[in-house]
Design a protein around this ligand. Sequence first.
Ligand code: FAD
Ligand code: NAG
Ligand code: NAG
Ligand code: NAG
Length: 518
Amino acid sequence: MATPPNSKSKSSISLSSVVTMVAVAVLALAWNFLYPTITASTAGASKAAAAATCQQLKAALGSIVTLPSDVQQYQTLSEENWSQTAWQTPSCIALPQSTTDVQKLVSVLTKNNVPFAIRSGGHSPNPFDANIDTGVLVSLDSLNQISYDATSQLATIGPGARWDAVYTALDAYDVTVVGGRVMDVGVGGLTLGSGLSYLSDLYGMVCDNVVSFQVVLANATIVEATATSHSDLFWALKGGTNNFGIVTQFKTLTYPIKQVWGGLQSFTLDQIPQILDALQEYQNTPKKDLHANLVLNLGLTNATTVGILLTLVYLQPVERPAAFAPFYKLTPVFDGTQLQTLHQLMSGFPTPPLPRWTWYTNSFQPTSDMMSQLSTLLSTAPEVNQLEALQGMTLVATFQPIDKNVAISGQARAGGNALGLQPITQTWFALDVGWLNANDDAAAYKATASLNSKIEQLAKNENVAVDYIFMNDASDEQDVIASYGKQNVKRLRAVQKIYDPTLVFRRLVPGGQKIPAW
Ligand SMILES: Cc1cc2nc3c(=O)[nH]c(=O)nc-3n(C[C@H](O)[C@H](O)[C@H](O)COP(=O)(O)OP(=O)(O)OC[C@H]3O[C@@H](n4cnc5c(N)ncnc54)[C@H](O)[C@@H]3O)c2cc1C
Ligand SMILES: *[C@@H]1O[C@H](CO)[C@@H](O)[C@H](O)[C@H]1NC(C)=O
Ligand SMILES: *[C@@H]1O[C@H](CO)[C@@H](O)[C@H](O)[C@H]1NC(C)=O
Ligand SMILES: CC(=O)N[C@H]1CO[C@H](CO)[C@@H](O)[C@@H]1O
């Protein structure tokens, strides 16, 4: 866990430091009054004010602003999401073409006090994470440039790029990045939510590999946050999502990984206990091979015909590496493992074509007991039947093994990150739920939340709960940033005070995980 900057030692209190302390105390008091007041005031945002700002933006910025009266364009842009649960009716949609456009937008929105949402790839299913009803949707699709510099071996990537385009561009140089595992997800949201990659056991989270964030701050100025310049902001953006500004560019490390071994295997649902036991054996091996990575998906409802999906990824061209030995004891129904490029392998990952989604997540240590209790819970929980009754329902339980090196590599990078990850073997578990009809939304949310809290409780009872909520798989009902730990939350708030002193990104950007007030 990161510690805040050193405070002055008590023995050397001078008059000036007393003055400073008093000033700090007064500021802190003012801040504490400001905080709740400011937050509450967003509730009163009016449709008329937002619409007037949209007219002003249209006049100033022209074609990059789409009003609801541009029916077709407006619809295309507002429905550009992975899950229909995130379709909203913004007062207008701005499609900046440059960082300068983003500055102009932030400047007007802040001056007019009009709420807005920030969207990169639009893959969060949480209804208002990256969209808004009364206010402006800032959609970063056009900030999707990708380039590679062979000298520095760094890739420069716009937040609106999708991972498929990133890997395609880098294929030409035989390098890859620590990035998303599913091709059409956006770079912006995934990276700022920390980002889990098949390279994470080796090199840490996606955000840990960013060496520079270009950010448009609340006062519409641009900064480059790196380990040596605005290093406090650099740290805070590694887990801080949209609380500090609009990120308009990432510079990130690359790695010469191309040919790998792996792919999809499928198993029948009756093998859940065996596969979970294999998973814990794989994870708990002393000195786990960091080139071995996987994701395990259990399709728990009858709408999924595949049953268990295991995606194995070995980051070297070695067939059937020993690291996956616990899984070789099981016989797959389908085995698509082969030598191929990492990009090809990831392109083969299927996502069920359902229009509405939600997800919840929790973390635990994968003991043998926990795994066997969990397979019992998943086969007996009434929530599974409740979900199954909804039309077109798909309930997938996802297991993402996390080696202690994920935390260690993140902390080893200059500046570390805000995530508060513990350097222990852990599993990030997620319930991914998809369905057909909007009138089933409430039932789907309720049953998913309930099943997730039962699993959290089970982990607590088993004494294996890990106090960490992975943002990119979390519901908006889960308090992600609080799970980074008190010290990190305190430091995030301190950084927020410096870069967003009037709390623009808290007041005017209601969507996404916010830094807890206390
Ligand atoms: C099919 C699928 C596969 C996935 N696979 C992975 C995976 O392998 N690894 C992983 O870590 N996650 C994964 N996710 C989760 C994914 O990271 C989140 O859904 C993430 O929000 C997607 O990023 P986005 O840019 O598409 O999101 P958006 O919905 O556009 O944004 C998400 C949040 O980030 C904020 N944000 C986005 N861009 C910016 C920016 N430039 N500046 C400031 N704030 C910004 C938004 O305001 C919003 O609150 C997957 C999701 C799906 C649907
Ligand atoms: C799933 O099974 C239930 C009960 O067995 C059935 O009513 C429902 O139609 C099935 N759903 C799908 C999508 O096959
Ligand atoms: C904008 O905000 C940053 C961070 O608070 C500050 O350093 C900078 O001086 C501000 N610039 C202007 C022009 O106000
Ligand atoms: C651009 C994009 O991803 N649009 C998708 C929004 O969601 C609907 C429903 O899932 C898809 O059909 C679109 O392709």
